[in-house]
Design a protein around this ligand. Structure first.
Ligand SMILES: *[C@@H]1O[C@H](CO)[C@@H](O)[C@H](O)[C@H]1NC(C)=O
Length: 275
């Protein structure tokens, strides 16, 4: 249904969403001994400090004595241990679970009144409430094909699981899933690797191909938004607004944080993943 037009509009919106913020976003540079939270090989984050920098690399010494090296261009690998000045609904964050020292990735899914106003829905579907000073902003990459991009990547069963782009070359990306599995996917198939970035209410039109949440599952399922509930609100992030008909026939009304846009194919060739 109007797929071509929808694609053009999506492209424009992608430019507005991803390119413009880059021009205005403040860049930070990390210095030796700065307190940070860095990604480990299990896709979780742990506290530590910067032990050295140079040649485009950041060397990290974790508080438990382990070490890891990330590239500066992987903007989500090493996060400054600074409390955010302002936390908004839909903010991508990392936070600890019940006072532990591992940091998990999630989204601020609701803001309530009370002493811990920020409800975080983690990528494993756990939820808890936080104060602003307990949250750290998770930096979003601009495209799904950059090293360090937080993505949903299509597995061999056609369903989408979360992971990070661990390596990339001109034609393929190497994905490390949160459960430890890996896969190589072709960049030319833009539907294979999807940036884990929340769409805005105004960007979703009926007919939009998406991946969506199903209760109790962490994998996302492909489908179509067949109906968008009119709310009279312009807010990007609204609850129970997207009616998704999944390719397997299931249906569900979805919140703002429960769908992601499947990008349009750039070519007719749909190359299959290979390992
Ligand atoms: C990119 O990586 C893939 C998988 O490792 C490999 O098969 C391919 O030859 C590489 N392409 C280039 C241009 O280096």
């Amino acid at each position: 249904m109007h797929a071509r037009k929808l694609c053009k509009m999506t492209l424009l919106l992608l430019i507005l969403t991803f390119v413009l913020p880059v021009l205005s976003s403040p860049s930070y540079s990390l210095l030796v001994n700065d307190r940070i939270i860095a990604r480990w090989t299990n896709n979780l984050y742990y506290p530590g400090k910067v032990s050295a920098t140079g040649n485009g690399l950041i060397h990290v010494l974790f508080d438990d004595g382990d070490r890891i090296t990330h590239t500066v261009r992987d903007i989500s690998a090493v996060i400054p241990d600074q409390q955010p000045s302002h936390v908004k609904l839909g903010q991508h964050v990392v936070a600890t679970w019940k006072g532990g020292h591992k940091y998990y990735i999630g989204y601020v899914s609701q803001i309530v009144s009370g002493s811990r106003p920020f409800k975080v829905t983690f990528d494993d579907n756990d939820e808890d409430y936080y104060q602003a000073h307990q949250l750290r902003k998770f930096p979003d990459h601009q495209t799904a094909h950059e090293v360090g991009a937080r993505v949903f990547a299509r597995w061999t069963n056609g369903l989408y699981y979360r992971g990070f782009v661990a390596r990339a070359n001109s034609s393929t990306v190497f994905i490390r899933y949160d459960d430890g599995d890996t896969i190589i996917l072709h960049k030319i198939d833009r539907t294979a690797v999807i940036l884990d970035k929340l769409p805005c209410y105004s960007h979703i039109k009926p007919g939009q191909r998406v991946i969506g949440f199903w209760p109790g599952r962490t994998r996302y399922y492909p489908g179509v938004v067949t109906y968008k509930r009119p709310t009279g609100l312009a807010n990007c992030y609204q609850k129970a607004v997207y009616y998704v008909v999944f390719d397997d026939g299931d249906r569900r009304m979805q919140d703002f944080n429960q769908i992601r846009i499947i990008p349009c194919m750039t070519t007719e060739t749909n190359t299959n993943e290979s390992v």
